[in-house]
Design a protein around this ligand. Structure first.
Ligand SMILES: [Zn+2]
Ligand SMILES: [Zn+2]
Length: 297
């Protein structure tokens, strides 16, 4: 029992330190490359860090228990011998894991935009209308739980080499941070070209934080395209200079256009998050900016 508790605690610390290191690193890069982008966002950043550290425990505990079971009891289908499965399985397993994660995320995300779950949980994430690199794990605990089951389910269901699992976790972490950074890390020629038609980067997810009822995916635009919820990318900022830059701050304003028809199973207008969720953890602040209602029409 002590071993399980120790493993859960160690994994929580690892997840928290990974978050602080990666988000902190990209926040530092943001301050260098785009000074002022996070100006006046101090209270929001403190709130994002608070919720993210709570999420670290929610992700870390089940992962730690499973890691203990893997080491002590042979749980999970994670393998270390690279020849245990054919080499072609290595990239296929990574893509499969990402596709399954993306599918789970898309549909749970759609559900989280229903009126009840949005008020009770998802409003915490959307309180960051202009998210920062610190918003990567800024979720209410109920929402964090929907994410915490993903990696345990994947390692129980799919044979994954330990290196493949590491790659999936690295992609998950990097995309979670960079998609919220408020600027595009990839060249516009990629983002607006063939690759960007299918992959999600900051330009895509930023629009979700502004428009709410579109762009629900995590890694790929496949489900959004299939379900008619893809509303395209946020443009680079209005100065025009960013079109020639390798990295682009993302515009937070663009000409208003009529909102797309709401998907049939998603309520058309989740009201602004005003209610502090019950049982708010001590580390998480209880005040959040009110989302402008015009974006929720
Ligand atoms: Zn959302
Ligand atoms: Zn987000």
């Amino acid at each position: 029992m002590a071993g399980i508790l120790l493993s859960a605690l160690a994994m929580t610390l690892i997840v928290a330190l990974r978050y602080l290191a990666v988000s902190g690193g990209f926040a530092w890069a943001t301050a260098r490359l785009h000074p002022g982008l996070y100006a006046r966002l101090g209270p929001q950043i403190r709130r994002e860090i608070g919720w993210s550290l709570v999420s670290a425990a929610i992700y870390g505990v089940p992962a730690g228990i499973l890691a203990w079971g893997w080491a002590q009891r042979g749980w999970t289908r994670v393998y270390t011998d690279p020849h245990q499965w054919s080499l072609w399985w290595w990239p296929v397993s990574v893509l499969l894991a990402l596709a399954l994660h993306d599918t789970w995320f898309y549909w749970t995300h759609r559900w989280l935009h229903r009126r009840g779950p949005f008020h009770r949980a998802h409003a915490v994430h959307h309180a960051s209308r202009h998210p920062t690199a610190w918003a990567a794990m800024s979720f209410h605990p109920w929402e964090a739980l929907t994410g915490a089951v993903v990696i345990p389910a994947l390692v129980l269901a799919i044979p994954l080499h330990v290196g493949s699992l590491g790659l999936v976790l690295a992609i998950m972490t990097l995309m979670g941070v960079t998609n919220h950074m408020g600027w595009e890390i990839f060249p516009r020629s990629w983002v607006e070209g063939r690759v960007g038609r299918w992959l999600i980067t900051a330009s895509h997810h930023h629009r979700h934080h502004s428009d709410y009822r579109c762009n629900y995916g995590l890694y790929f635009r496949v489900w959004d395209r299939l379900c008619g919820t893809d509303r395209g990318l946020v443009p680079a900022d209005a100065t025009g200079r960013t079109q020639r830059q390798r990295t682009s701050p993302l515009s937070t304003e663009w000409p208003s256009s009529p909102p797309p028809p709401a998907p049939s199973n998603v309520p058309s207008s989740p009201p602004p998050p005003r209610i502090a969720p019950k049982a708010a953890p001590a580390t998480a602040p209880t005040t959040r900016p009110v989302v402008p209602s015009e974006r929720l029409q």
